[in-house]
Design a protein around this ligand. Sequence first.
Ligand code: PHE
Length: 455
Amino acid sequence: MSSVDIPREQWATRVGFIFAAVGSAVGLGNIWRFPFQVGQEGGAAFLLIYLLFILLIGFPAMLVEFVVGRRTERNPVGALKQIGPGAWQYVGWIFVVTGFVILSYYSVVAGWTIRYTILGLQDGYLADAGEAEAQFVELASGLDAIFLHAVFMIAVIAIVAIGIQRGIELAVKVMVPAIIIITVGLAIYAATLEGAGDAYGYYLSPEWGTIAAEWQSILPAAAGQAFFTLSLGMGVMITYASYLGEDRNLAEDGAIIIGFDTAIAFITGLIVFPILFTAGVDPADPGAGAIFVSLAAAFGDLTLGWLIGAVFFATVAIAALSSAISLMEVVVSYAIDELGIDRVTATLGIGGAIFLLGIPSAYDLVLLDLFDLFADQILLVLGGLLLVILVSWSLANLAIDELQRGIGDLGPLGSAWIWAVRVPVVVVLLVALALGILDYYEFLTGPFAEWLGEQ
Ligand code: PHE
């Protein structure tokens, strides 16, 4: 059964749509993943390639999702059924599964940010790196982590259950301005720190030698980060654009959204690196947990670090929430459109199931990696790749026609866009997928096999 007879919801305002998309884009990817990628991949060299990819790969790919969503006014599964010939119609399924899996551990990491906010306010942070690490290991998995994962999921469920205009749109109109104001404030504070000068040098002046020597690892990391941070490859932008209802200039909206997302990631670097440099913490320490450990240790070292740290982690938690609701909305919109389930029931059922799937990630860090690597490096890239191939190679006319609604005749720019997708975007995603699969295999036969052996 389908609910086509119930009028579909829409954004109340253009700003509402833009805020929701910015809220989705700005998240753990900007404030947690971005700085540790910069640290791992050689500082400014990575930043430069990343910015290039945002423009050349991210922008055209985002427009692809927008046109599919607005044209079909459907969730990703319904959208692909409508426009995808033959087996292509199943691509939408990958999106829904990806959303389900990503949210399950995204919520666990978001739970850590809540924990670290409370930690700052209650006891302050530990300045000793070894102690900070031991504390992270203790807090990041086990009952504590499962509890905060539940708290976070309840917040996500509450907002999404209320619906598009009064739930998501209202929430992002409060959250997004708050994120922007606080990050700018923290960057100004960070500029006053003693390590700021060295940090800017590291962050802002690329060494060409680093790019030449390490491009094999910088390129896929930068491409993956560009996709992840813009919420591409899993139908979020299809879903959000499906609630547009009127013809707007999608290229302009996309540029604004990307501008904000990139600005927040960039500014986060201006916060994180001065803090790390001032406390003498090495920014190249790799890994997902490392940013919690090194930042907490750095906050432990600064005057009023407990307060700055609590504000910082609270901002990350808010940013994670506005992204998590978009992941949830992909799955929920599928249940509403395709299965005819009402919004509240769908949100509760799906939210509960995602909570359960997240328990292993909250139980052990290795299991979190197992989910994260699979979703991030394989599912996300695979879904994105199939979608851009389908749209650019077999639905080019439809895509250009849809993009022109609200803009007018694009002339040669239309085919420039399609060709940017057909070749560069497809090639980059193919390479990223191949490397992602290799990496996952290494993880399965390495750390994961070891972990299994210990159980
Ligand atoms: N863009 C979000 C972030 O930067 C993550 C995300 C990825 C959200 C995919 C939705 C879909 O944290």
